[in-house]
Ligand binder design. Structure first.
Ligand code: CAA
Length: 263
């Protein structure tokens, strides 16, 4: 399936193969900056993704070889009143939260500038892989604002409060190797390698038990919001729930019969 199934706009390009959907933010002339129309398009795509029972993984990237997403659209924010800014941020917060809540792994393929709202979009993905030309940052204070698409909450959870506040109060940009060192991204590779990596990862993710993958995601995120004893109980319940369907039977039978599992 491709764009037309998901989306009436070309601002988010959608390609689907074997349950893996690749989304590309498609405004390369503006370095894929997020304006309300891009957020509307992403929201529309999410309507279909949420209803797609065959979905196994989502990969998110930016069009062109220069940027993942260079932030929220500054030209559009420039004239906003506080009320309009509140509504714009609300639209973005709802949209990225829906992306984060998908029951499948969502991976950011960061292929260049990943700044402001772009970095916040990557943070709403479960993990990120970056090309070696990628640059990250939360430069909002240089524009007289703060991150408004979830960065003040997701960045400290990903890299710790001290590093998050370093990035958010200086506005400095960091390269891919520093992003790797602080745990903002999981891997760094050349831009040419990113596509092959995505292809292999898609096969790997699509080959695992989908309910188990969803349960792992919910154990981590829901558990992180609880005290450790409650979170361990949550893990126990989700572990037990895995034995209620046929996935566990197929996975373990495949191991014993020395064959690949078919989920
Ligand atoms: N919004 C709107 N347009 C943007 C943009 C943004 N965030 N980032 C880049 N563009 C546009 C530029 O205006 C330029 O358009 P024109 O060709 O029409 O002039 C085009 O994309 C190419 O950009 P540059 O010519 O600036 O490219 P460069 O290679 O010289 O610089 C860059 C690249 C360092 C990323 C620079 O574009 C830049 O600093 N962009 C802004 C980054 C930023 O501050 N992002 C945070 C935005 S605030 C935010 O996101 C708030 C929030 O949390 C909600």
């Amino acid at each position: 399936m491709s764009n037309a199934t998901y989306n009436s706009s070309d601002l988010i390009d959608v390609q689907e193969r074997d349950g893996v959907v690749r989304l590309t933010v498609n405004r390369p002339k503006a370095l894929n900056a997020l304006n309300p129309e891009v957020l509307d398009a992403l929201s529309e795509v999410l309507d279909s993704l949420e209803a797609n029972e065959g979905l196994r993984a989502v990969m998110l990237t930016g069009a062109g070889d220069k940027a993942f997403v260079a932030g929220a659209d500054i030209t559009r924010m420039r004239e906003q009143t506080p009320q309009q800014a509140q509504a714009f941020a609300g639209h973005a917060l709802d949209t990225v939260r829906r992306l984060e809540k998908l029951p499948v792994p969502v991976v950011a393929l960061v292929n260049g500038f990943c700044l402001g709202g772009g970095c916040e979009l990557a943070l709403a993905c479960d993990w990120a892989v970056a090309s070696d030309n990628a640059m990250f940052g939360q430069p909002e204070v240089q524009l007289g604002v703060i991150p408004g698409f979830g960065g003040t909450q997701r960045l400290p959870r990903r890299v710790g409060p001290a590093m998050a506040l370093d990035l958010m109060t200086t506005g400095r940009k960091i390269d891919a190797s520093e992003a790797l060192r602080i745990g903002l991204v999981n891997q760094v590779m050349s831009q040419a390698e990113l596509d092959d990596y995505a292809e292999k990862l898609a096969g790997q993710l699509a080959g695992n038990g989908p309910r188990a993958v969803g349960a792992a995601k919910s154990a981590v995120y829901d558990g992180m919001e609880q005290d450790v004893d409650s979170a361990l109980k949550l893990e126990q319940s989700l572990f037990a729930l895995c034995f209620a369907g046929d996935e566990q039977q197929e996975g373990m039978a495949a191991f014993v019969e020395k064959r690949p599992a078919r989920f």
